[in-house]
Design a protein around this ligand. Structure first.
Ligand SMILES: CC(C)(COP(=O)(O)OP(=O)(O)OC[C@H]1O[C@@H](n2cnc3c(N)ncnc32)[C@H](O)[C@@H]1OP(=O)(O)O)[C@@H](O)C(=O)NCCC(=O)NCCS
Length: 229
Protein backbone atom coordinates (compact mmCIF):
# COMPACT_ATOMS: atom_id res chain seq x y z
CA UNK A 1 0.00 0.00 0.00
CA UNK A 2 1.49 3.39 -0.90
CA UNK A 3 2.35 5.62 2.06
CA UNK A 4 -0.06 8.43 2.83
CA UNK A 5 2.59 11.15 2.70
CA UNK A 6 0.33 13.74 4.28
CA UNK A 7 -0.07 11.57 7.37
CA UNK A 8 3.59 10.55 7.21
CA UNK A 9 4.54 14.21 7.56
CA UNK A 10 2.78 14.16 10.94
CA UNK A 11 4.20 10.79 12.03
CA UNK A 12 7.80 11.60 11.09
CA UNK A 13 9.94 13.52 13.60
CA UNK A 14 11.74 16.75 12.76
CA UNK A 15 15.42 16.31 11.90
CA UNK A 16 18.55 18.25 12.84
CA UNK A 17 21.23 18.66 10.24
CA UNK A 18 23.96 16.13 11.03
CA UNK A 19 27.58 16.34 9.84
CA UNK A 20 28.87 13.15 8.19
CA UNK A 21 31.37 10.83 9.91
CA UNK A 22 34.57 10.63 7.82
CA UNK A 23 35.50 6.97 7.29
CA UNK A 24 38.70 5.54 8.79
CA UNK A 25 40.62 2.29 8.82
CA UNK A 26 41.77 0.54 12.00
CA UNK A 27 44.48 -2.12 11.93
CA UNK A 28 43.37 -4.72 14.48
CA UNK A 29 45.63 -6.79 16.74
CA UNK A 30 45.54 -9.67 14.21
CA UNK A 31 46.69 -7.35 11.39
CA UNK A 32 43.26 -7.25 9.69
CA UNK A 33 42.03 -3.87 8.47
CA UNK A 34 38.61 -2.79 9.70
CA UNK A 35 36.86 -0.05 7.76
CA UNK A 36 34.75 2.15 10.06
CA UNK A 37 32.15 4.18 8.21
CA UNK A 38 28.73 5.69 8.54
CA UNK A 39 25.92 3.41 7.36
CA UNK A 40 23.29 4.70 4.95
CA UNK A 41 19.62 4.42 5.79
CA UNK A 42 19.07 2.17 2.73
CA UNK A 43 21.52 -0.33 4.24
CA UNK A 44 19.36 -0.98 7.31
CA UNK A 45 17.73 -4.20 5.98
CA UNK A 46 21.22 -5.71 5.62
CA UNK A 47 22.23 -4.50 9.10
CA UNK A 48 19.08 -6.11 10.53
CA UNK A 49 20.15 -9.43 9.00
CA UNK A 50 23.46 -9.18 10.84
CA UNK A 51 21.81 -8.27 14.16
CA UNK A 52 19.01 -10.86 13.98
CA UNK A 53 20.97 -13.96 15.15
CA UNK A 54 22.04 -12.12 18.33
CA UNK A 55 18.41 -11.88 19.49
CA UNK A 56 18.69 -15.55 20.51
CA UNK A 57 22.08 -15.41 22.27
CA UNK A 58 21.63 -14.70 26.00
CA UNK A 59 25.37 -14.96 26.62
CA UNK A 60 26.92 -11.63 27.63
CA UNK A 61 23.52 -9.89 27.13
CA UNK A 62 23.70 -10.09 23.35
CA UNK A 63 19.93 -10.80 23.21
CA UNK A 64 18.72 -7.61 24.90
CA UNK A 65 21.30 -5.41 23.19
CA UNK A 66 20.57 -7.06 19.82
CA UNK A 67 16.79 -6.71 20.20
CA UNK A 68 17.02 -3.04 21.13
CA UNK A 69 19.52 -2.27 18.39
CA UNK A 70 17.25 -4.06 15.90
CA UNK A 71 14.30 -1.87 16.92
CA UNK A 72 16.38 1.33 16.86
CA UNK A 73 17.70 0.62 13.37
CA UNK A 74 14.21 -0.18 12.14
CA UNK A 75 12.93 3.05 13.70
CA UNK A 76 15.62 4.94 11.76
CA UNK A 77 14.71 3.14 8.53
CA UNK A 78 11.03 3.92 9.01
CA UNK A 79 11.55 7.53 10.16
CA UNK A 80 10.28 6.96 13.69
CA UNK A 81 13.25 8.30 15.69
CA UNK A 82 14.96 11.67 15.76
CA UNK A 83 18.48 12.33 14.58
CA UNK A 84 19.83 8.79 14.70
CA UNK A 85 23.10 7.73 13.06
CA UNK A 86 24.79 4.36 12.75
CA UNK A 87 28.46 3.46 12.23
CA UNK A 88 29.60 0.04 11.08
CA UNK A 89 32.86 -1.90 11.15
CA UNK A 90 33.68 -4.12 8.16
CA UNK A 91 36.51 -6.57 7.58
CA UNK A 92 36.84 -7.81 3.97
CA UNK A 93 33.29 -6.51 3.48
CA UNK A 94 31.86 -8.53 6.40
CA UNK A 95 29.92 -6.61 9.04
CA UNK A 96 31.74 -7.22 12.34
CA UNK A 97 30.26 -4.53 14.54
CA UNK A 98 27.57 -1.88 14.73
CA UNK A 99 27.18 1.21 16.92
CA UNK A 100 24.42 3.80 16.98
CA UNK A 101 23.22 6.85 18.84
CA UNK A 102 21.39 10.07 18.27
CA UNK A 103 21.51 13.80 18.82
CA UNK A 104 19.06 14.92 21.51
CA UNK A 105 19.84 18.52 20.58
CA UNK A 106 22.91 20.38 19.30
CA UNK A 107 24.77 19.90 22.60
CA UNK A 108 23.71 16.53 24.03
CA UNK A 109 24.32 13.13 22.46
CA UNK A 110 22.53 9.93 23.46
CA UNK A 111 24.60 6.80 23.04
CA UNK A 112 22.41 3.83 22.11
CA UNK A 113 24.20 0.54 21.49
CA UNK A 114 27.45 -1.19 20.68
CA UNK A 115 27.45 -4.69 19.24
CA UNK A 116 30.54 -6.68 18.32
CA UNK A 117 29.74 -9.62 16.04
CA UNK A 118 33.35 -10.82 15.96
CA UNK A 119 35.14 -11.06 19.29
CA UNK A 120 38.50 -10.95 20.98
CA UNK A 121 39.87 -8.05 18.88
CA UNK A 122 38.40 -5.05 20.75
CA UNK A 123 36.15 -4.40 17.74
CA UNK A 124 33.41 -3.16 20.11
CA UNK A 125 35.85 -0.95 22.01
CA UNK A 126 37.12 0.61 18.76
CA UNK A 127 33.60 1.21 17.46
CA UNK A 128 32.47 2.75 20.75
CA UNK A 129 35.47 5.09 20.51
CA UNK A 130 34.43 5.97 16.94
CA UNK A 131 30.94 6.75 18.20
CA UNK A 132 32.33 9.15 20.87
CA UNK A 133 34.59 10.66 18.21
CA UNK A 134 31.51 11.27 16.03
CA UNK A 135 29.50 12.95 18.82
CA UNK A 136 32.30 15.20 20.02
CA UNK A 137 34.44 15.92 16.97
CA UNK A 138 32.05 15.77 14.01
CA UNK A 139 28.59 16.42 15.45
CA UNK A 140 30.33 18.99 17.67
CA UNK A 141 28.49 18.07 20.87
CA UNK A 142 29.52 18.93 24.41
CA UNK A 143 28.54 15.67 26.12
CA UNK A 144 27.29 12.14 25.54
CA UNK A 145 24.95 10.22 27.86
CA UNK A 146 25.72 6.54 28.18
CA UNK A 147 24.48 3.45 30.03
CA UNK A 148 25.84 -0.09 29.99
CA UNK A 149 23.61 -3.13 29.69
CA UNK A 150 26.31 -5.71 30.36
CA UNK A 151 29.31 -6.13 32.66
CA UNK A 152 31.63 -6.13 29.63
CA UNK A 153 30.05 -2.85 28.49
CA UNK A 154 30.49 -1.39 32.00
CA UNK A 155 34.21 -2.32 31.98
CA UNK A 156 34.70 -0.99 28.49
CA UNK A 157 32.91 2.37 28.85
CA UNK A 158 32.50 3.44 32.50
CA UNK A 159 35.86 2.14 33.70
CA UNK A 160 38.09 2.62 30.62
CA UNK A 161 36.90 6.21 30.05
CA UNK A 162 36.34 7.06 33.74
CA UNK A 163 32.82 8.30 32.91
CA UNK A 164 31.04 10.45 35.47
CA UNK A 165 27.73 9.31 36.98
CA UNK A 166 24.72 11.65 36.69
CA UNK A 167 21.13 11.55 37.87
CA UNK A 168 19.85 11.95 34.32
CA UNK A 169 17.47 9.25 33.15
CA UNK A 170 18.80 7.57 30.00
CA UNK A 171 16.47 7.05 27.07
CA UNK A 172 16.90 3.29 27.26
CA UNK A 173 14.89 3.45 30.47
CA UNK A 174 17.30 1.68 32.81
CA UNK A 175 19.70 3.20 35.33
CA UNK A 176 20.82 6.82 35.38
CA UNK A 177 23.21 7.90 32.66
CA UNK A 178 26.96 8.26 32.82
CA UNK A 179 28.42 11.24 31.02
CA UNK A 180 31.37 11.69 28.67
CA UNK A 181 32.34 15.35 28.41
CA UNK A 182 34.51 16.94 25.69
CA UNK A 183 37.38 17.21 28.19
CA UNK A 184 37.13 13.53 29.12
CA UNK A 185 37.00 12.59 25.44
CA UNK A 186 40.17 14.54 24.58
CA UNK A 187 41.93 13.14 27.68
CA UNK A 188 41.11 9.57 26.61
CA UNK A 189 41.63 10.11 22.88
CA UNK A 190 45.38 9.30 22.69
CA UNK A 191 44.77 6.03 24.59
CA UNK A 192 41.49 4.84 23.09
CA UNK A 193 40.65 6.45 19.75
CA UNK A 194 42.60 4.95 16.86
CA UNK A 195 42.43 4.67 13.07
CA UNK A 196 43.89 6.20 9.91
CA UNK A 197 42.35 8.86 7.69
CA UNK A 198 41.71 9.24 4.92
CA UNK A 199 40.59 5.64 4.51
CA UNK A 200 42.38 4.17 1.46
CA UNK A 201 40.02 4.50 -1.53
CA UNK A 202 40.24 0.81 -2.54
CA UNK A 203 39.35 -0.44 0.97
CA UNK A 204 36.51 2.05 1.32
CA UNK A 205 35.05 1.33 -2.13
CA UNK A 206 35.20 -2.42 -1.43
CA UNK A 207 33.38 -1.94 1.88
CA UNK A 208 30.70 0.22 0.29
CA UNK A 209 30.12 -2.15 -2.60
CA UNK A 210 30.32 -5.43 -0.67
CA UNK A 211 28.38 -5.57 2.57
CA UNK A 212 28.46 -9.21 3.70
CA UNK A 213 26.64 -10.79 6.63
CA UNK A 214 28.10 -13.96 8.13
CA UNK A 215 25.64 -16.87 8.34
CA UNK A 216 23.82 -17.49 11.60
CA UNK A 217 25.93 -20.48 12.67
CA UNK A 218 29.16 -18.52 12.13
CA UNK A 219 27.78 -15.62 14.20
CA UNK A 220 26.78 -18.00 17.00
CA UNK A 221 30.22 -19.58 17.07
CA UNK A 222 32.03 -16.25 16.95
CA UNK A 223 29.95 -14.67 19.70
CA UNK A 224 29.39 -17.50 22.10
CA UNK A 225 31.17 -20.60 20.87
CA UNK A 226 27.74 -22.21 20.28
CA UNK A 227 27.84 -24.86 17.57
CA UNK A 228 24.90 -26.23 15.56
CA UNK A 229 22.16 -24.16 17.18
C1 LIG B 1 30.53 -5.05 24.90
C2 LIG B 1 31.14 -5.39 23.56
C3 LIG B 1 30.67 -4.39 22.50
C4 LIG B 1 32.67 -5.27 23.70
O1 LIG B 1 33.25 -5.65 22.48
P1 LIG B 1 34.85 -5.83 22.34
O2 LIG B 1 35.52 -4.62 22.87
O3 LIG B 1 35.10 -6.20 20.93
O4 LIG B 1 35.20 -7.00 23.34
P2 LIG B 1 34.88 -8.58 23.22
O5 LIG B 1 33.41 -8.81 23.36
O6 LIG B 1 35.55 -9.21 22.04
O7 LIG B 1 35.62 -9.11 24.49
C5 LIG B 1 35.19 -8.78 25.81
C6 LIG B 1 35.79 -9.79 26.75
O8 LIG B 1 35.22 -11.08 26.50
C7 LIG B 1 36.24 -12.02 26.13
N1 LIG B 1 35.83 -12.78 24.94
C8 LIG B 1 36.35 -12.75 23.73
N2 LIG B 1 35.76 -13.61 22.89
C9 LIG B 1 34.82 -14.19 23.57
C10 LIG B 1 33.86 -15.16 23.25
N3 LIG B 1 33.76 -15.71 22.02
N4 LIG B 1 32.99 -15.51 24.22
C11 LIG B 1 33.09 -14.95 25.43
N5 LIG B 1 34.00 -14.05 25.80
C12 LIG B 1 34.86 -13.65 24.87
C13 LIG B 1 37.45 -11.21 25.80
O9 LIG B 1 38.59 -11.92 26.18
C14 LIG B 1 37.28 -9.90 26.55
O10 LIG B 1 37.91 -9.90 27.78
P3 LIG B 1 38.59 -8.54 28.33
O11 LIG B 1 37.45 -7.61 28.70
O12 LIG B 1 39.37 -8.99 29.49
O13 LIG B 1 39.40 -7.98 27.20
C15 LIG B 1 30.78 -6.85 23.11
O14 LIG B 1 31.16 -7.74 24.14
C16 LIG B 1 29.29 -7.01 22.84
O15 LIG B 1 28.83 -6.73 21.73
N6 LIG B 1 28.56 -7.48 23.86
C17 LIG B 1 27.10 -7.68 23.77
C18 LIG B 1 26.36 -6.37 23.71
C19 LIG B 1 26.81 -5.40 24.79
O16 LIG B 1 26.95 -5.73 25.94
N7 LIG B 1 27.00 -4.13 24.38
C20 LIG B 1 27.43 -3.09 25.29
C21 LIG B 1 26.34 -2.59 26.15
S1 LIG B 1 25.47 -1.23 25.43
Amino acid sequence: MPLDMELEAVLRPPALEMKPYPPKVITLANGKKMVVREAKREEVPTLLEAVHPTLFIPRDFYDIVGARLYAELLAWYRYRVRNEYCLVGQIDGYLVGIVNGRMVDEKVGMSYHTLAIDRGLRIGAHLFAAKMEHHIEYLGQSEVLIVAESPIGFRRWMIEYGLEPTEIQHELGGPDSYRLTREMYFDSKPRLVVGDRPAPRDLLDYALENVFVADEETINVKIAGLKGR
